[in-house]
Design a protein around this ligand. Structure first.
Ligand SMILES: [Fe+2]
Length: 421
């Protein structure tokens, strides 16, 4: 509720700020109606090709180059108004975006485009009369103002909307968008320069490269989506073969990700550890069903077969090229600190940190959920077990990170589970 109120306060403050800013602007002193219509048409066309961010809640548009160019050509008044009017996209009218979001977008774009042009003029840039050498600093300052306002305001909005820390939003959705802005700045500059000699026609020469930019960006996003779908499909295939792992892989992934976040690792890395956690037992696909689903003790050669699963899993992931070097984390997720684990009997720090994290997450989840041969331990007993084997099996600091993480623990959907062997 509190978060909802903060979102409202934030969004409406920006709306009032942007609206007030627009009231002081008189764009038609600087642009004719026909030119304004052409510019708006092209801006809207660029918006149609906007690209949703991977985790939802925002998008990147190639309209930046055009809008930024408008600021260099016509100055803040026109940039602010075209920022507000020329950036509407269809989603905003299909009921998917609430009025608050629609007005927030208009206001933040008016402020970003308008104030960027104000910065440009403030450092000596003259709208409509661009000189590369004289105006380099002014262009850089304007681009920075635009990016900081645009990305910053949207990032805060989405963080409040999703209840996700701004830092994570930055890592997942915005850090990679910075080069996209940067690459569009030269396009805007060329647009402004060309405009000086051929007028509004310049915009036609700029559209083609913009579409190429858009296309490449779309391919990047598509690749990421295919990647995530592949990971989930692999998880589902394993669950089909070994129903006892249902939910287990997913939780191990989430615990492992949360542990490394707690250790202060970069979000990108944490996400990769989470995926490795989800896939840690994938190699069980290579273990015979009879052995995998056997109730009770395994014979020694069955145990040997079972113990091949980390190496199998690592090989699949390595061949698929899914997690980069992360395949090693899967290979070593049953190594013990004292060197008594498998497959290589690595000791202490020679075991990748990520593998040690997955081991603790795996053990914790195995103990706090029902197994085919025993009921779940209570939380206290699971913690006592982890601590008892800290230093021999588990890394003590990771055990404590796991405990800290789950202080207010209640098991996530306890169902019958595999035994993590
Ligand atoms: Fe395993």
């Amino acid at each position: 509720m509190k978060q909802r109120r903060s979102l409202d306060v934030f969004a409406w403050t920006v709306v009032v700020g942007g609206g007030g800013f627009l009231l002081f602007m008189t764009p038609l002193r600087h642009i004719s109606w026909p030119e304004a219509i052409v510019m708006i048409a092209f801006l809207l066309a660029a918006e149609i090709g906007h690209i949703p961010l991977p985790r939802g809640g925002g998008y990147v548009s190639v309209g930046f180059a055009l809008l930024f160019g408008v600021g260099l050509i016509y100055g803040p008044e026109v940039a602010a108004w075209l920022g507000a009017l020329g950036t509407i996209n269809l989603d905003e009218f299909t009921g998917k975006v609430p009025l608050r979001g629609l007005l927030f977008n208009r206001a933040q774009l008016a402020l970003s485009a308008g104030l960027a042009a104000v910065a440009y003029q403030g450092i000596g840039g003259i709208p409509g009369s661009l000189d590369y050498r004289r105006d380099a600093a002014a262009i850089a300052a304007a681009a920075l103002v635009y990016y900081l306002l645009n990305a910053g305001l949207v990032m805060i909005y989405v963080s409040l909307l999703k209840g996700m820390p701004v830092r994570d939003q930055w890592a997942v959705n915005f850090r990679w968008s910075a080069p996209n802005y940067l690459l569009q700045v030269p396009i805007a500059v060329v647009l402004a320069a060309l405009y000086q000699s051929i007028g509004v026609l310049a915009i036609f020469f700029i559209i083609a490269p913009l579409l190429v930019t858009r296309h490449n960006l779309q391919r990047f996003i598509d690749r990421r989506q295919v990647f995530m779908r592949t990971i989930r499909t692999l998880g589902a295939i394993l669950e089909a073969k070994d129903p006892y792992t249902k939910g287990h892989s997913d939780r191990v992934g989430r615990y492992a990700g949360a542990i490394v976040r707690r250790l202060g690792m970069r979000e990108e890395w944490a996400e990769r550890v989470e995926l490795a956690g989800i896939l840690h037992d994938l190699g069980k696909l290579g273990v015979r069903q009879r052995v995998l689903n056997k109730k009770g003790r395994l014979e020694s050669e069955e145990l040997a077969e079972m113990r091949l699963h980390p190496a199998y899993g690592a090989e699949i992931i390595r061949h698929a090229g899914l997690l980069g070097e992360g395949y090693r984390w899967i290979r070593h997720h049953h190594e013990r600190l004292d060197g008594e684990g498998y497959p290589e009997g690595l000791e202490g720090d020679r075991i990748p940190l990520e593998s040690r994290v997955i081991l603790v997450a795996d053990a914790f989840d195995a103990m706090t959920t029902n197994r085919s041969y025993r009921d779940a331990f209570g939380y206290e007993r699971a913690v006592a077990e982890l601590r008892k084997h800290a230093g021999t099996q588990f890394a003590p600091e990771l055990v404590e990170a796991m405990v800290g993480l789950t202080k207010d623990f209640s098991p996530i959907a306890p169902v019958a589970e595999g035994d993590g062997r």
